[in-house]
Ligand binder design. Structure first.
Ligand code: PLP
Ligand code: ZN
Length: 436
């Protein structure tokens, strides 16, 4: 139960030659089922399909989890890491708040209970701290000294900060057009930050090419060659929602889609909990949310296609701007299997979504959160989502990092002189404009 942030990193040296991956057993191809030893592999040699961590999950109890630390490592028994990796020098993210959002529900005309899983409360203010924590753990066990990534912004923050905390080298590669709130924060954590002229898909391709290069022999790209481990970190969002609801599952969840990984892993987490008997196996629906300016998965859903056609992103929701999403087909599978839907909204609606969540619940989301709220409204309006059911929406990042998005839409009520009469005038004008 020791969760000291300053616990020594002694467990690092304790297992030379015998990496401990907790309950993980192998890497399994999601397409053909071929099995590989746990290592820095991410694509099947037989069919090029993506690899996913396989487990032998047994002996997991609610008590075991509840006796763990007050962060995501309480679910170590369900992750590819040694037990209680929280003893190591990492940022110990997770166990973010689940906020009951009655005001937002009322504003949207929902009669069922609405919750916001607010991952802006993580150490670098987005859910990416979770995925990096697992990938960083795996990198250590594989003897990879440098952590690297291709990022749409939040991952850059998470990797640079986690490396700083662990006294590790980092190399972060981003598109050069990202928000200052993501570039400057990343640069402040230190490490190498490479801004590439191009979009995220160009950055991702560059990183894939770098992986064969001798220069990167001891680099773990968290979302490329460590992707199977990285992706598992997103399961903790699903575990936490279930535990915070008192060990039960909600009726439906709305998740943002960039690569599509988070959405699929929330579903995977709930399937695992149901299979292990930790929650009742009640049905749930998974909904996906995109911005219209980068909506390849929503388009495939609407067209009834299995294939996701790559697009060139153009949206203020830069954290979701992946035009060629690796997990798009798997996100489609999850949404169709559970009976959900995937929608997209305009940038103007994203800004309205950010403002609505802030005005009703006091939660200032980044653009991705605005995408989710606006999609929730659209799904309700189009009758695709039942407002009488219990619903959880994911806020995955903090609005302070994407101030540019709302800069033209909001500002002071008035700019006035130091004068009581002016205050009186402004207040009465304000009340006249907004009755009640
Ligand atoms: C990366 C990111 C997502 C989506 O992640 P995927 O797993 O790639 O779909 C959602 N929200 C924010 C804020 C992100 O940074
Ligand atoms: Zn395969």
């Amino acid at each position: 139960m020791s969760t000291s942030f300053d616990a020594p990193a002694s467990s690092l040296e304790s297992k030379p030659g015998t990496p401990d991956f907790g309950p993980a057993t192998d890497l399994v191809c999601r397409e053909c089922g071929a099995s590989y030893a746990l290592g820095a592999a991410y694509a099947c040699i037989e069919c090029f399909g993506p690899l996913e961590v396989g487990y032998d999950l047994s002996g997991v109890t609610r008590e075991l989890i509840e006796s763990g630390p007050q962060n995501m490592w309480r679910y170590s028994c369900l992750l590819p890491v040694a037990s209680y990796a929280g003893d190591e020098r990492n940022l110990n993210p997770g166990l973010t708040r689940l906020v009951r959002a009655d005001n937002l529900a009322a504003a949207l005309g929902m009669t069922g209970t609405l919750w916001v899983k607010d991952d802006s409360g993580n150490p670098t203010h987005s859910f990416k701290d979770r995925v990096v924590a697992v990938a960083q753990s795996a990198a250590r066990r594989l003897g990879l000294g440098t952590i690297a990534c291709a990022s749409t912004g939040n991952l850059a923050n998470a990797v640079a900060a986690a490396a700083a905390r662990a006294g590790q080298d980092s190399v972060v590669v981003i598109p050069s057009n990202l928000e200052d709130g993501k570039v400057l924060t990343t640069a402040t954590y230190g490490g190498i930050l490479l801004a590439v002229d191009g979009n995220y898909d160009d950055v991702n391709r560059l990183c894939s090419e770098l992986i064969g290069d001798p220069l990167t022999a001891d680099w773990g790209f968290v979302n490329v060659n460590l992707r199977p481990y990285y992706a598992e970190g997103s399961k903790t969002v699903g575990y936490e929602i279930a535990e915070q609801l008192g060990w039960r599952l909600p009726d439906q969840v709305v998740a943002p889609i960039a690569s599509g990984s988070l959405l699929t892993k929330v579903d995977k987490a709930w399937r695992e909990l149901a299979k292990l008997g930790l929650v009742d196996d009640t049905p749930w629906k998974v909904y996906g949310a995109q911005a219209t300016g980068c909506s390849p998965v929503a388009q495939a859903f609407r067209d009834g296609r299995d294939v996701v056609k790559p697009v060139r992103p153009d949206t203020i929701a830069k954290s979701l701007a992946i035009g060629n999403p690796a997990d798009g087909p798997y996100a489609l599978d999850v949404v169709r299997r559970t009976g959900g839907a995937i929608e997209d909204v305009s940038d103007a609606e994203v800004v309205e979504g950010i403002r609505l969540l802030a005005e009703t619940e006091g939660i200032f989301a980044e653009t991705a959160g605005g995408v989710v709220v606006a999609n929730l409204r659209k799904l309700l309006a189009t009758g695709q989502l039942d407002g009488s059911k219990e619903t959880v929406i994911l806020n995955t990042g903090d609005g302070l990092k994407t101030l540019d998005a709302i800069a033209d839409a909001v500002g002071p009520t008035a700019t006035i002189a130091h004068d009581v009469d002016e205050v009186t005038r402004v207040i009465s004008e304000h009340h006249a404009r907004t009755p009640s």
